[in-house]
Design a protein around this ligand. Structure first.
Ligand code: 7TS
Length: 414
């Protein structure tokens, strides 16, 4: 993890960019792993598109359409730079991480996976990085294999050599668990997967927004993430791929913009990335995402990471003082700004409901990771997750309110 751009975050000034925190008392927003808040500059960039140059891209021969095209392509350049993509054209705009992964499962999967092949996943995966592979396995007769985790929520490396083999064609793995916060040592996994000639897809939905991710250094084959988890708008996501893979893959969706020429019975396709961007894309959203990339890089990804680690470390300390609490996942230094827990005798939905009365927003449920819930033998957890705008005060409020919830429910249950 690069730390060169580290300087302490000026959280007070950052919060002023987010109108949602202007209320008094402010919302303690602890659900950024689901979707972050949006700073004014991102909304303003989208407003500028709608107010001054709204038009479709890649088509018009008039000024505002050219401007829209240029801004859309500038956003692609910003995203490429963020993850150190060798070429800008290796960035495909999608709707979200889910669509990026489905694109690979359908397009790459349809020509590269056959009966008897094996796809390796982990039990930490979000359903978005599980169900598309189940569907692919059902279509092709391939088999899914899973890397297990330890009781502490770390990948069990002792099993890696058992799940990887010459039959492994793909390893699809999350960089950071959205439930436990575990930061997986994906470099080692990518290297081990490449040693058996497997292709690697990294689900970076919970990493790219929070610390430096460098696709050249990692040498991953595909990487997927979502704009709405990194201060950007909903409706835009990213798929990065190695050029030779993207070039060989058949289109995912057919329609306008993705073709070179169309005959009655057959078409030829545009170059990457247009080949994978059929129809009118999310133009304003891509432009907003470009601005979000500026925003988080100006804050500094190393600074964001350190800030979140401070919050999660403090949250661990305080939460561990609460009687009857179970915290899932590894020690703070092994995880990103996510903390999952349960309070004895209180359903996590009730925990979230009580916290809501204190203007504290956390998530409760299976977090789209049911196999992981099963592993821990729970049906749900409560989860607090942090981002650059959260403060120690948010953590204090969370812990104080949990303490009160605990007292309230214990009294009620007596
Ligand atoms: N992968 C991971 C690791 C995620 O955390 C999520 C969303 C996705 C994929 C899917 O992203 P989407 O933008 O396509 O929806 N995670 C969560 C969450 O933890 N709570 O709500 C959404």
């Amino acid at each position: 993890m690069q730390t060169s751009d580290y300087r302490p975050l000026d959280v007070k000034s950052i919060r002023q960019d987010f109108p949602i925190f202007a209320e008094d008392p402010p919302l303690a927003f602890l659900d950024s792993a689901a979707s972050t808040q949006t700073p004014r500059p991102v909304v303003e960039a989208m407003d500028a598109y709608y107010d001054t140059y709204r038009s479709n891209i890649h088509r018009g021969i008039y000024r505002i359409s050219e401007e829209a095209t240029e801004q859309y392509e500038i956003a692609r350049q910003k995203v490429a730079k963020l993850i150190n993509s060798p070429r800008t054209s290796q960035i495909v705009f999608t709707r979200n991480t889910t669509e990026s992964i489905n694109l690979v499962a359908y397009s790459w999967g349809s020509v590269n996976i056959k009966q008897g092949d094996e796809i390796v996943l982990t039990v930490l995966e979000h359903h978005s990085n599980l169900v598309p592979w189940q569907l692919l396995a059902q279509r092709t007769g391939a088999t899914l294999k899973f890397l297990e985790i330890t009781d502490k929520g770390l990948l069990d490396f002792t099993q890696l050599q058992n799940v990887l083999s010459e039959k492994t064609k793909l390893v699809a793995i999350t960089h950071v668990s959205n439930v436990l916060g575990t930061i997986n040592p994906i470099q080692s996994i990518i290297d081990a997967a490449h040693a058996v000639n497997a292709t690697v897809l990294v689900d970076a939905a919970q990493s790219v927004p929070h610390f430096h991710v460098d696709v050249r250094q990692l040498d991953c084959d595909f990487l997927a993430f979502s704009g709405h988890k990194m201060c950007g708008p909903t409706g835009v996501g990213v798929l990065y791929g190695k050029m030779e893979l993207l070039e060989e893959m058949p289109p995912f969706l057919g329609g306008g913009s993705m073709i070179r020429s169309v005959e009655r019975d057959i078409s030829t396709y545009a170059d990457v990335p247009a080949k994978f961007e059929a129809g009118t894309p999310s133009i304003a959203e891509a432009i907003g995402l470009g601005r979000a990339v500026d925003y988080i890089t100006q804050a500094g990804l190393a600074s964001i990471h350190v800030h979140e680690q401070e919050l999660v470390k403090y949250a661990h300390q305080r939460l561990e003082e609460i009687e009857g609490i179970t915290i899932y996942g590894p020690e703070p230094h092994q995880k990103a700004g996510v903390i999952s827990f349960n309070l004895e005798g209180i359903h996590p939905h009730d925990v979230a409901g009580i916290l809501d009365t204190y203007n504290i927003a956390i998530r409760a449920g299976h977090h789209c990771a049911q196999p992981l819930m099963k592993k821990f033998d729970v049906i749900a957890t409560a989860r607090a997750s942090f981002y650059l705008y959260n403060t120690i005060d948010d953590v204090e409020r969370l812990c104080d309110a949990l303490q009160k919830a605990q007292t309230l429910m214990t009294r009620r249950n007596k």
